[in-house]
Design a protein around this ligand. Sequence first.
Ligand code: ADP
Ligand code: AMP
Length: 220
Amino acid sequence: MRIVLVGPPGAGKGTQAAFLARNLSIPHISTGDLFRANISRQTELGKLAKSYMDAGNLVPDEVTIAMAKDRMEQPDAENGFLLDGFPRNVSQAEALDELLEAENMQLDAVLDLEVPEDEVVKRIAGRRICRNDSSHVFHVTYKQPAKDGVCDVCGGELYQRDDDSEETVRTRLEVYHTQTEPIIDYYKAQGLVVTISALGKVEDVTTRAMEALKRGGDGK
Ligand code: ADP
Ligand code: AMP
């Protein structure tokens, strides 16, 4: 399956993607995680991306699309993938359609995670991620690690993302509403959107998501 996950920052896309990717045997591709891995490795791409990320803005399309394309072309993504955080505006969605069309492929569904803004703010404020791998995600109250400040998965140090500060979160939410939300209508026109509530326990949201994906897109 080829799936796009969409929802505001802090909705739980990464958290759900980890379970869904395992259940569906497809790789979880997060452009945010790819950028953070580049920042850790201090690559040129990482240096460029950091300045945009720290301000809560989108990294320019050209580099983002090239990075996503490169990842989607890896052998493990041959039979499907779960995109998390990409596309994030209509131009990226159009670029993705072109990439898929060139390979005679199409998306199966766009899973839209709905969470009220006050809950998203609480989720982001308490989010802690692992220095070794930013896909290892915890929360100070909702998903506490067994040992304070230590990643349950790999023992790495947990820290708060630079862009999870209150001020940057405001910008990121605005960017979501103005630039990312329009992709939901773009995909609705293709009949691909499945919307679920992402409130409640992580495992309940996963069950809801799996059932919704089985039902498929809401139609045009
Ligand atoms: P996103 O990838 O959409 O930005 P994350 O998956 O990183 O969001 O989740 C944001 C924060 O909310 C994390 O700290 C995560 O542990 C927490 N979280 C995710 N899903 C839930 C849930 N269903 N209930 C409570 N907290 C959650
Ligand atoms: P995320 O981990 O998905 O919350 O993304 C963190 C940050 O990475 C975003 O606020 C953007 O600055 C950048 N980013 C991630 N994905 C994209 C994308 N598809 N387009 C542009 N910027 C992105």
